[in-house]
Design a protein around this ligand. Sequence first.
Ligand SMILES: NC(=O)c1ccc[n+]([C@@H]2O[C@H](COP(=O)([O-])OP(=O)(O)OC[C@H]3O[C@@H](n4cnc5c(N)ncnc54)[C@H](O)[C@@H]3O)[C@@H](O)[C@H]2O)c1
Length: 433
Amino acid sequence: MSESEKPAIGVIGVGWVGLVTAGCFAELGHPVWAVDIDERKVAMLNAGGSLPIHEPGLPELVEANRERLHFTTEIGEVLEQARLLFCCVDTPPTYSGDADLSRVQAVVAQLPAGGEHALVMKSTVPSGTGRTIRRDKPDLTYVSCPEFLKEGTAVVDFMRPDRVVIGADPGSEDAADLVEAVYEPLGGQILRTDVASAEMIKLASNAFLATKISFINEIAVVCEEVGADVGEVARGMGLDERIAPGFLRAGLGWGGSCFGKDVSALKKLAANSGYHFQLITSVIEVNELQKRRVVGKLSKHLGNLVGKQIALLGFAFKPHTDDMRDASSLVLAARLLGEGARVRGYDPVAEHRARKLLPSVEFSDSAAEALDGADAAVLVTEWPEFAELDWGEMAVRMANPLIVDGRNFLDPERMRAAGYTYEGIGRASSGTR
Ligand SMILES: NC(=O)c1ccc[n+]([C@@H]2O[C@H](COP(=O)([O-])OP(=O)(O)OC[C@H]3O[C@@H](n4cnc5c(N)ncnc54)[C@H](O)[C@@H]3O)[C@@H](O)[C@H]2O)c1
């Protein structure tokens, strides 16, 4: 396909997934027409300058492809220009733990009858959603193409996918061929399947990754009891190609916009058909407990936390993003405040979002300022700049050089040599022995 022949792409919803999708397809040479109901976001994108989200490489991509990128609040403009419509709206959890599909339904309701357009579902939806949508709107051409990008490395993940899953049922194969053609230049393995299986691949993949994390976190607890080091254990396990090393890092537990809601949505999907998904139930519970274990580690050294000044390093759910959705810092700060501690913290990019969610926390302009006079520090997000701090100087600034390294990110020996009482997660000598 030469550049001038590249079909226009429609993107519905320009959040993390939609904006990355729009930017990357523009980079591949497609004219992109993107719509969002958030007028402020669209105005910001049209004005140029800073983007609504922090995602490495994305500002450069958007800037370089301005001529091919069109942002609007009018879906009519998108429908006029593009046949393939990539649906990237949010599917947050409802109070019941199921996925809230109201935004997806609002998109479907706006599509004209006649089958001229193809809706390509990138939003994560429970298995069976595509079938229900087509039952209610039989002439809609529908393709499932779940997204696997990771915030923080989203542009690279999109441009170099491990695999691209394309699900289509009878009647939508032509549109699936078109989707395959637009992904073909990226070189990832393409898996063609039916819609329900494609939807399930996404949910099962996230549930499996969450299971790996909860598993290694439970191993970390046992390591602390027996004096083993979870880092060594994970390294040894990961060398087995049946296990693989990814997602075997013990820490404060998983968070973010996807794992919590997708794991819960899978559990509820099973429950709605009468099955109690026992393994996933435990995976969720282990994760909840993991975020709370830090309080015990602090109390072990400080006793009662009332009035103690605790510094949180990092608020975002992981480094290189300002996303605060389901971040471990939210539970941790709430627990510490509940114990009567005073909480101060710093994050290189997420402060503007964290402020709205953590009104009782004091925000600092630097890690050093957050650590000033603190009785203890908790490393919550493994931002690279925290590894580069002058920890010797920080020990002098702190009232009491105690650090709980919630991501096993710092070198315990160096920290102890700098005068710290160091607590990791499942690291040798982190436990009660
Ligand atoms: N964020 C991730 O890392 C990630 C990764 C893979 C899959 N997903 C899935 O992708 C979907 C989108 O996630 P996100 O993080 O980009 O969400 P987001 O909240 O950042 O963005 C969603 C956008 O859709 C817009 N929107 C809502 N209803 C709309 C409508 N009717 N018309 C036009 N725009 C509308 C919102 O205003 C918002 O800008 C979710 O289903 C999520 O589970 C997310």
